[in-house]
Write a protein that binds this ligand. Structure first.
Ligand code: CMC
Length: 434
């Protein structure tokens, strides 16, 4: 049930002698927002906020992040509790359906997932025509948008009561597509999903088994993957989610919107940071550069280098997801009896950055991407698949946010304003006279 924002007074604003009053709204955790939708009509002004740093684009019941306190709640539940006690599909259900599933609901949801896990055989032709070593994010994004041609009924179901079907299809098929895009990358035959396996087991099996050898699923690895997917499940109005909402606001279908979200996630400032972190750690390892030198480069105004996996638009405290990921990464490596020099470098980098006044003053802490890649590496997942894992994890959040947006009577076509700074006017010159 959607709890509406409350009216919480008004704020007065005077511009060129005209006084205007704007409503202030308050959310269920006390955060307040100024409704400036009438600003241009009343004053002729538009707001200017590059990167939407201080712009609320919607009200939402799904996820709450308090960046000052380092708090993440999904439908009111702490991320720590969910990560420790839930299966990924329970969290997906919570985000999308708005409640934790009963055992019965859970088992029906899992059966639906199994039913829909195969992809149309004809889609395999698409995979075949990608060049060798195509990046799995490019393949995944294209495949997800192609689903709308193969399963057009998902489009109409997504706005009707058959939503559970659509959701199960997407969650299940995206996992299959992700594993297939990896198999395509390494040139091995596809491994089909199995009814007998749980969500993460199935993914690991599709990734790592082959016709010539079985993959023995280690329950500790499965549990770790389950936890990392939960850590990524939603994070309110981040870049890719905003893209999903924006594309959806034009009336585009769920698959087109999610495909666009996958592209947004790919960038190294967003989900692509997990791959960038490993590449950074690898470069430090290979070059033998000191941590001090790397920190110095990341602080320099003259260099474009940033400490990847550090900093966040919202967090001014330690990202709680990073804390959980760090612990899980260390225990996974211990379980697998692996000693990864990149983990030692990451820990040293974190300690050095947290002692450094530059990082302290700017409140730059490790984010969720800092440690996850080291764990994926330990599982045998190659670095260009890291962001794909993030995408599988973020899928429930994208679906939940897209649905909320499409059902919200206040939402409109997303269409921001700008300040035009080009040539004010010029005389048109014909081609022959130019
Ligand atoms: N290393 C060095 N300096 C940094 C870093 C960093 N990782 N992050 C921010 N800064 C500095 C930045 O140079 C700026 O300094 P100044 O004020 O002197 O110009 C200041 O901190 C504020 O940075 P900003 O770029 O204005 O802040 P933002 O909110 O736009 O950026 C960010 C957020 C995530 C893009 C940025 O912190 C960053 O580039 N981090 C590295 C990439 C990364 O790890 N991304 C994953 C984000 S978490 C997962 C997800 O949501 O996708």
């Amino acid at each position: 049930m959607r709890t509406n924002k409350k009216e919480a007074g008004a704020a007065d604003f005077t511009f060129e002698g005209k006084r205007v009053s704007f409503p202030v709204y308050e959310g269920s955790r006390g955060e307040r927002a100024l409704d400036i939708s009438a600003l241009r009509r009343e004053t002729g002004l538009v707001t200017y906020d590059p990167g939407l740093v201080n712009t609320g684009i919607c009200s939402s019941d799904i996820t709450f992040v308090d960046g000052e306190k380092g708090l993440v709640l999904h439908r009111g539940c702490n991320i720590e509790d969910l990560a420790e006690q839930c299966m990924f599909l329970e969290v997906a259900y919570l985000l999308i359906m708005g409640k934790l599933p009963t055992l019965d609901e859970q088992s029906k949801f899992s059966s639906l997932m199994n039913e829909h896990s195969l992809i149309h055989e004809d889609m395999q032709h698409f995979f075949r025509n990608y060049p060798e070593h195509a990046h799995p994010m490019a393949v995944l994004s294209a495949m997800v948008v192609s689903l709308s041609s193969f399963y057009p009924e998902m489009d109409t179901e997504s706005v009707t009561e058959r939503i559970d079907n659509t959701v199960a299809r997407l969650l299940s098929k995206v996992r299959t597509l992700a594993a297939f895009s990896y198999k395509k990358f390494i040139g091995e035959p596809f491994v089909y999903p199995s009814y007998k396996l749980r969500y993460c087991e199935n993914f690991l099996n599709m990734m790592f088994s082959s016709p010539v050898h079985d993959y023995i699923i280690d329950p500790v690895v499965e549990k770790a993957l389950n936890l990392f997917l939960i850590l990524h499940a939603d994070h309110e109005q981040n870049c890719s989610t905003t893209v999903v909402r924006t594309v959806g606001s034009s009336g585009a279908n769920l698959y087109a919107s999610i495909s666009a979200g996958i592209c947004a996630l790919w960038g190294p400032l967003h989900g692509g940071a997990n791959q960038a972190v490993i590449e950074m750690l690898d470069t430090i390892h290979e070059s033998g550069d000191s941590v001090a030198k790397v920190i110095q480069a990341a602080k320099s105004k003259d260099s474009k280098i940033r400490l990847m996996g550090f900093g966040h638009r919202i967090y001014k405290a330690y990202d709680p997801r990073a804390r959980i990921a760090k612990k899980a990464c260390k225990s996974l490596l211990e379980h697998l009896r692996l000693s990864d020099p990149l983990l030692d470098i990451a820990v040293e980098l974190e300690e050095a950055a947290l002692r450094d006044p530059y990082f302290q003053e700017k409140n730059l802490y490790p984010n969720v991407d800092f440690y996850t890649g080291i764990a994926y590496r330990a599982m045998g997942i190659p670095s260009n698949m890291f962001t794909v894992i993030f995408a599988i994890g973020r899928l429930p959040g994208w679906i939940a946010q897209w649905l909320e947006n499409s059902r919200d009577a206040e939402q409109k076509l997303m269409r921001p304003r700008q300040i035009y700074t080009g040539i004010a006017q010029q005389v048109f010159v014909n081609t022959k006279d130019r």
